[in-house]
Design a protein around this ligand. Structure first.
Ligand SMILES: Cc1cc2nc3c(=O)[nH]c(=O)nc-3n(C[C@H](O)[C@H](O)[C@H](O)COP(=O)(O)OP(=O)(O)OC[C@H]3O[C@@H](n4cnc5c(N)ncnc54)[C@H](O)[C@@H]3O)c2cc1C
Length: 410
């Protein structure tokens, strides 16, 4: 196993027991899945439930990628607002996408069905960094309620203190359908459920689509930001943005920091996102880097973002610091599709904790012959980054720096 300096995580330290059953049989199956994150695991499990024989290959270990390192924020929807989806894609597609991405919560369904112990909590608050952001959030909340009967709670600026102990925000929206969880334990729970459904899981085995195609009738490429290593054409659709998290020591004042125990993310372009762990640590994500090299001291890199919001815990001990690459597409919508016998889903753009399980399940549905809902995703607008292999990341970074600067200048 490759040692990973970015993986000193609270999640790894509190992971549920996991060891895949050893496997030495013939490696032939109906379906070969490449990648043991949420997407690959959900797809593998759903394929097995539909009667396919399935092998899943994971280059490192289950949950090694973004799925085992993320902020654990379960935020309904996509990176586009529902009103933007309707404006760009029309009423009918908006209706169908709304049902899939907002109304149905397949993560919760999986957790309940398989009894996955992953500290699931309800409630997500989107906090407004500026009054203008709050106005836009309220317009969207009105739209969601009027158009879809989807109820959220508007939090006036003077009421924000009941949700989060900072003076930095200008109001917010609480979505009771959102929430947070321990992402690595969810991934491990999916793996256990997949194994129980007959999926053969092989860790520490790097696979390519060509090798996998020789072993199975269908291949699912679920390698997210690594996708370009094994399929350069698909790699052109995402760039990796490094993102970092810390976990403080358990805090006496934890309940006072986030009284409703919601997941909170704010409306800055480089956003802060945070929540409490089951043992009352603050798990805080903030700051991005556009090179693959991590900062020498992740805790020191993230602490100022936490201290800006919560000066009262500016000097709190930090027990863990870790990070990972978020695969971001040009338009921030996931890139999902099929080429011949190879299915793929990647580029969830920092919004994958809920949508990956859905994407995996829709791949299984399409493979079993009902492609209507899979096609909804496969037909989302998508464009490769300009600039080819060497320039695509620098060009994308320039664009992102522009937005970050705009954010800083208000
Ligand atoms: C720091 C961070 C914070 C985030 N916070 C949030 C959040 O709070 N909420 C949210 O919704 N989203 C968040 N995200 C995004 C979310 O985590 C991802 O969208 C999601 O986990 C992607 O899942 P995946 O299964 O597609 O990819 P991954 O989890 O990355 O899995 C891909 C797997 O493929 C394996 N692999 C790669 N190449 C090969 C190969 N050739 N052969 C075999 N295996 C291979 C890798 O080892 C890896 O395990 C965050 C991401 C990061 C990095």
């Amino acid at each position: 196993m490759t040692p990973d300096p970015l993986n000193h995580s609270y999640y790894a330290a509190t992971a549920n027991d996991w060891r895949p059953r050893p496997f030495a049989g013939e490696e032939r199956a109906d379906v070969a899945v490449i990648g043991g994150g949420f997407t690959g695991l959900a797809a593998a499990l759903a394929c097995a439930e539909r009667g396919f024989s399935v092998i899943l290959y994971e280059a490192q270990h289950i949950g090694f990628g973004a799925s085992g390192r993320n902020g654990g924020q379960l935020i309904p929807g996509l990176r586009w607002s529902a009103s933007q989806i309707e404006a760009e894609l029309g009423r009918e597609r908006a209706d169908a996408l709304f049902d899939l991405c907002w109304r149905s919560n397949r993560v919760k369904a999986r957790i309940n069905r398989h009894g996955i112990a992953c500290d699931l909590k309800s409630g997500h608050v989107e906090a407004a960094w500026t009054p203008r952001d709050f106005a836009a959030m309220q317009r969207e909340a009105d739209y969601l309620e009027r158009r879809f009967g989807y109820a959220t709670e508007r939090i006036a600026p003077e009421e924000m203190g009941a949700h989060v102990a900072t003076t930095c925000y200008h109001g917010g929206i609480r979505d009771p359908q959102g929430g947070h969880f321990h992402p690595l334990n969810y991934a491990l729970g999916l793996a256990r459920a997949a194994e129980a459904a007959g999926v053969r899981l092989i860790e520490e085995r790097r696979m390519t689509p060509e090798e996998a195609s020789a072993k199975a009738s269908y291949v699912i490429n679920a390698t997210d930001h690594w996708i370009g290593e094994i399929d350069p054409a698909l790699g052109r659709y995402t760039v990796p943005i490094m993102n970092f998290n810390i976990a403080t020591a358990p805090l006496r004042e934890a309940d006072a920091l986030i009284p409703g125990d919601a997941a909170i993310s704010d409306s800055r372009f480089i956003l802060n996102y945070y929540r409490l762990s089951a043992d009352k640590r603050l798990i805080f994500g903030g700051g991005e880097r556009y090179t693959q090299r991590p900062p020498r001291d992740i805790a020191a890199f993230v602490r100022p973002f936490m201290a800006e919001l919560f000066p009262q815990i500016a000097a709190a001990p930090i027990d863990y610091g870790w990070g990972g690459a978020v695969a971001v597409t040009m338009n921030r919508l996931p890139h999902v599709g099929r080429r011949g016998n190879i299915f793929y889903a990647h580029g969830f753009s920092g919004h994958g904790a809920l949508v990956t399980t859905l994407a995996g399940e829709l791949i299984a549905e399409a493979m079993a012959g009902t492609a209507e809902r899979f096609d909804l995703f496969a037909n989302l607008p998508a464009r490769p980054f300009p600039g080819g292999k060497w320039l695509q990341t620098p060009l994308a970074v320039l664009g992102l720096l522009y937005y970050a600067l705009r954010d800083r200048l208000g």
